[in-house]
Structures are given as structure tokens and as C-alpha cells.
Design a protein around this ligand. Structure first.
Ligand code: ZN
Length: 289
């Protein structure tokens, strides 16, 4: 057993990517272009990001921020069926390939464009919303309703317990009933309104595997573009409060839950670009020291 802390990821500075909503200058032909169609992103044939000049001149551009000082623009081409300039890629396949700031920018493009497509009308009076200059937000011209883009917070937690005498610690991994069902993942769930991140961890662990945990510690966070637009994942580590307690799954959200020795983890783990994997890898590293 180890009492050493799990080291949080070396959080790179924003990596040259800064979110923003500046419309004060029009898009230039060399600016980065991130057109979205449905839940996918268009890239060049080589997988590189497109430029504004690659798209038709009448494209309706939405500011996303800057990457290494170069402005980046998104556009919703969901209803433009023909003449798309490149292949459409899901965020997961893109994030697996491109450097971190590009993956984050691609995730923001999908989040912002999806949010705009689904927040077109005022929810109070049905008037068409207009953009708030300089913000990722819209406003109703009739009743004044302010509609900022909102994030959904979710938590995930790497729970460990001491292994058998003479063995390394064990990590709790679960299999989900939907989504990538073959993957061994971490307990995770959305934060409820009125709940702290920490309370959400305790509740989700209780609901999904029926275990009490303690020594909860914050690990790091990651914007996540797969579970829906605008999801922010917050990762934690924790210890099982009762080292002999076995998990009990509800059978609805989860199909399996199992303790694995840190030296005998299954091969089917979350992808390398996910905070789930960063947490698992950091837990293994801490267990070896
Ligand atoms: Zn209104």
C-alpha cells in the first residue's frame, strides 16, 4: 500500500489556445477555420485544420478565440450538404491524432456551434435570439433574456484500496451499459444543480457501485467534446473507506465493477487523450513509487 499522492497532470499553459468571441476584425483568409457539420468537424484531407480561404466567401463565421495568436473561426455547415471542403471527423478520432491545443480548439468549435444551433429562439417569448458582441452568449431582443453558453460539469474518480498483503494497490474500474461497453472506465457522472464537485463524487460512487470513499483529492480537469456540447470533466482520486468492501453495480448504468491490481490492469482502458487515462496512468505511477 502507498500513501503517496497521485500527482496531477503537468498542466500545460493554454498551449497557445485562448478561447474568445472577438468579432472586431473580420476573418482573414489565413485565419484558422473549423467548420462543423452535425456532430463532426471538417478538416483538410491531410487531417490539418482548414483556413478561412478554403471555405466559400459567404460563410457565416463565428469567433472561437486564437491559437498561437492566429484567430480561429467556426461555421455551421450542417445544412450545406454539397461541396464540403474536406472529410468530416468525429472529435474522438481527431483528438487521438492532433496535438492538445488543436484538440481543445476542435472541441470548442463543436461545443459553440452545437450550442448556437440549439439555442436559436428565446425560451421565454420565442423571439429569435441575437449575438452579444464579444461574448459567447445570445440575448432576446424582445424580452431581454440573457442566454450565455453554459457548461455541464461532470466528475470522475480513480478509487484505490490496498491490495492483498505483499501486493500493490488495487484500482476500481467499471464497464458501462451504453457507449463503449468494452472499455474498463472510471466511475463518473454529471454534477447536479446545488451540488459541489466533491458531493457529486460521493453520490455517484454510492449510486453506481455502493461504496463509501474518503481522502478525496482533486486531480485536474478537461473539456470533453464527446458526451455532449460543453462538458467539463473534473477528475479526483479517492480511497475506499472500507478496504474489504466489494462494489455492487446497479445493472442499469453499469454492467460490471471490479478491483484490479495496479500491475494487472486490463488492456481495454480509456484513450490516451482522456483525463480518465491520465488519472489511471498517474495512479499506476504513484502505486509504483
Ligand atoms: Zn424573449
Amino acid at each position: 500500500m502507498t500513501d503517496r499522492p497521485v500527482e496531477p497532470p503537468t498542466v500545460a499553459p493554454p498551449g497557445g489556445f485562448l478561447p474568445g468571441a472577438d468579432r472586431s476584425l473580420p476573418p482573414g483568409p489565413g485565419d484558422l477555420a473549423l467548420p462543423v457539420t452535425g456532430a463532426k468537424l471538417l478538416t483538410g484531407v491531410d487531417g490539418q485544420l482548414l483556413r478561412v480561404a478554403d471555405l466559400p466567401a459567404d460563410t457565416d463565421w463565428v469567433p472561437l478565440g486564437t491559437l498561437d495568436g492566429v484567430p480561429a473561426w467556426g461555421a455551421d455547415l450542417t445544412t450545406t450538404a454539397n461541396d464540403l471542403p474536406g472529410p468530416a471527423r468525429a472529435w474522438a478520432s481527431l483528438a487521438a491524432e492532433v496535438p492538445e491545443p488543436h484538440a481543445t480548439l476542435a472541441g470548442r468549435a463543436l461545443a459553440v456551434l452545437t450550442w448556437r444551433r440549439t439555442h436559436r429562439w428565446c425560451g421565454a417569448c420565442r423571439a429569435e435570439l441575437t449575438d452579444r458582441p464579444g461574448e459567447t452568449a445570445r440575448q432576446c431582443p424582445d424580452c431581454g433574456l440573457y442566454v450565455p453558453m453554459q457548461l455541464s460539469a461532470a466528475v470522475l474518480v480513480a478509487i484505490t484500496r490496498p491490495g492483498p498483503p505483499g501486493h500493490v494497490d488495487e484500482l476500481l474500474l467499471v464497464r458501462h451499459a451504453t457507449g463503449p461497453t468494452g472499455l474498463w472506465a472510471l466511475v463518473a457522472g454529471f454534477v447536479e444543480a446545488g451540488e459541489t464537485l466533491e458531493a457529486a463524487v460521493h453520490r455517484e460512487v454510492g449510486e453506481e457501485v455502493g461504496l463509501p470513499v474518503d481522502r478525496l483529492a482533486y486531480f485536474g480537469s478537461q473539456p470533453w467534446a464527446i458526451s455532449g456540447p460543453g462538458v467539463l470533466l473534473a477528475g479526483f482520486t479517492a480511497r475506499a473507506a472500507d478496504p474489504h468492501a466489494e462494489p455492487v453495480v446497479d445493472g442499469r448504468e453499469l454492467t460490471r465493477a471490479q478491483w484490479f491490481g495496479l500491475d494487472a490492469l486490463p488492456a481495454q482502458l480509456p484513450p490516451a487523450y482522456s483525463i480518465s487515462r491520465w488519472l489511471i496512468d498517474a495512479t499506476v505511477t504513484a502505486g509504483r513509487r
